[in-house]
Design a protein around this ligand. Structure first.
Ligand code: FAD
Ligand code: SF4
Length: 490
């Protein structure tokens, strides 16, 4: 039977999704560059470049294999599919389940035949079964069950190395003056140049746009970074923008790499004995634990979850998020500049700087989520929504995380080298030199003490708050800081 196989821009793998078993002689491949996707929002150009160029390269590789490929530009995905359907007069459009609630609804309405999404290691029904059986959705419980189910880093039902996690070993601050191995650079070809020209963008050489480049990035991580991944996982330094993070999320998310390929490479390298358990476990946890958990929760929690705002946070997005000149906070200035440069910063700046700032300033979660979706290279709906709404700004009333990730300047000072050159002092909570994070951390706890006071995991924090002798002055300083942040002067 002749089929139209629709390939969304995040299903770019020949062996998974609807392409598994596809026949170049029979099947027509449909790919749609929708205006909604390219110009609908204020997308970071590096992100658009990466997504579009990867899709065009993938289309070319399918053509080379002998497929008829229809790559069309249209106002919406459905408009594009209509055009292709009319041209070939084929009724059946097939697609693997898409990665957002919105697209799922649109494809269902268009009567697309959906194939189970196998771009993850955990089928959606299996995750729902796990989540449905839990009182609280602890990632750690899910992760341990994953290790056993997938047979990764386990001996029988026991964890390899004698522990399920080595987090304690993986919290080192950045070393002084840290160069680290050179990052891999990706050369640009004709397709890249064409896409860059259409977008009016000068791309970096950081992100590959082909399967070959994505595999090279995986090899580079395994050979040069994997062994040191763990201990410096949480560190932030201006000396080195990625330390030993893998930079694999864009390819895992658009399909150029499959999670099983990354895990196979990691397990193989660990078995050589050259990679310490704290790095192997730390990395594998991210892929078979966090990534799968976040995707599972996105589907489990449903389409309304993204609208949560249970802390009633109403502040408009601060100007510093879109213009690094609108702040004197060195950590934020550096982070926003890094995002402008390459559409990426690692997990800790996303969580403990950007989200922490949105949380303690009471920024509207949906405005913050929209901004995060627009500026990151690896942002997709399924991954941003739980990470921002649940983990980042605790807007879901604790459905995902047992307590908010709020922190003052002391944490940032310990885990980075941002504070030394900063005009603010992480140790101070009042006065003109006080670190905005430190002031607003206490102010946040005070503002929400009713919501959190019964949370036993926060008892130490409230014990600290109750001992503050300068709370009235701190509240006044917090007002000044919030108003200065709104005006772009702090
Ligand atoms: C507020 C916030 C927003 C985030 N937004 C995104 C996003 O839009 N897209 C995205 O892929 N990741 C997101 N993350 C997770 C994480 O920060 C990135 O996956 C990671 O920084 C990507 O860089 P890397 O590939 O070098 O990751 P590494 O540190 O090398 O980790 C390896 C892999 O683990 C996976 N992973 C780790 N943590 C998570 C997580 N919390 N959720 C999902 N996958 C995870 C990623 O696939 C990543 O490539 C977000 C985290 C936070 C706190
Ligand atoms: S002092 Fe505060 S604002 Fe300045 S870099 Fe440190 S944490 Fe950031």
């Amino acid at each position: 039977m002749k089929r139209i196989i629709y390939i969304p821009f995040d299903h770019l793998h020949r062996n998974f999704g609807a392409l598994k078993g596809a026949d170049p002689k029979q099947d027509v491949i449909a790919m749609v560059e929708s205006a909604r996707m390219t110009s609908g929002r204020n997308w970071h150009k590096e992100r658009l470049f990466f997504l579009i160029s990867s899709a065009r390269h993938f289309a070319q590789s399918l053509q080379e294999e002998g497929f008829t490929v229809e790559y069309v530009k249209a106002a919406t995905t459905i408009d594009g599919l209509e055009t292709i359907k009319a041209k070939y007069n084929i009724n059946g459009v097939f697609c693997a389940e898409p990665s957002s609630h919105l697209q799922l609804a649109a494809l269902k309405e268009f009567d697309v035949t959906l194939i189970p999404n196998d771009f993850f290691l955990t089928p959606r029904p299996l995750f729902n079964e796990w989540a449905g059986s839990q009182k609280s959705f602890l990632m750690e419980s899910f992760y341990r069950a994953q290790r056993i189910r997938l047979g990764i880093l386990v001996e029988g039902n026991k964890p390899t190395g004698g522990a399920w996690n080595f987090d304690k070993e993986n919290r080192l601050p950045p070393p002084k003056k840290y160069d680290g191995p050179k990052y891999l650079e990706h050369k640009r070809d004709e397709i890249d140049i064409e896409v860059a020209k259409e977008l009016g963008h000068t791309p970096t050489t950081t992100w590959a746009t082909t399967r070959k480049g994505a595999l090279a990035q995986l090899k580079n991580f395994i050979d040069n970074h994997f062994a040191e991944f763990g201990p410096l996982e949480d560190a932030m330094t201006t000396d080195n923008w990625a330390l030993h993070h893998s930079l694999l999320s864009p390819y895992l998310n658009n399909g150029l790499l499959h999670a099983s390929e990354v895990i196979d490479a990691a397990v193989k390298a660990f078995k050589t004995g050259d990679v310490p358990i704290e790095s192997a476990e730390g990395f594998i946890r991210q892929i078979i634990g966090w990534r799968e958990y976040v995707n599972g929760m996105y589907w489990f929690l449903g389409p309304d979850y993204r609208n949560n705002n249970q802390l009633n946070a109403t502040r408009k997005l601060l100007p510093l998020f879109t213009d690094s000149d609108k702040t004197q906070m060195n950590c934020i200035k550096e982070t926003v500049t890094d995002i402008n440069d390459r559409a990426w910063v690692h997990h800790i700046p996303r969580l403990m700087l950007l989200s922490n700032l949105a949380l303690v300033t009471g920024t509207n979660p949906q405005e913050f989520l929209d901004w995060m979706r627009e500026v990151f290279i690896d942002a997709t709906e399924w991954v941003m929504v739980p990470n921002v709404i649940g983990m980042g700004v605790h807007a879901d009333g604790g459905a995902m995380m047992t307590k908010p990730y709020a922190a003052g300047g002391a944490y940032i000072s310990r885990m980075s080298n941002y504070c030394k050159p900063c005009v603010y002092n992480p140790k101070l909570r009042i006065g003109e030199d006080a670190c905005p994070f430190t002031t607003l951390y206490w102010d946040f706890l005070d503002r929400h003490k009713e919501a959190f006071t019964k949370n036993h995991r926060m008892s130490q924090q409230f014990f600290g708050l109750n001992r503050l002798s300068d709370l009235p002055e701190l509240k006044m300083r917090a007002e000044e800081v919030l108003s200065g942040l709104e005006q772009g002067t702090i």
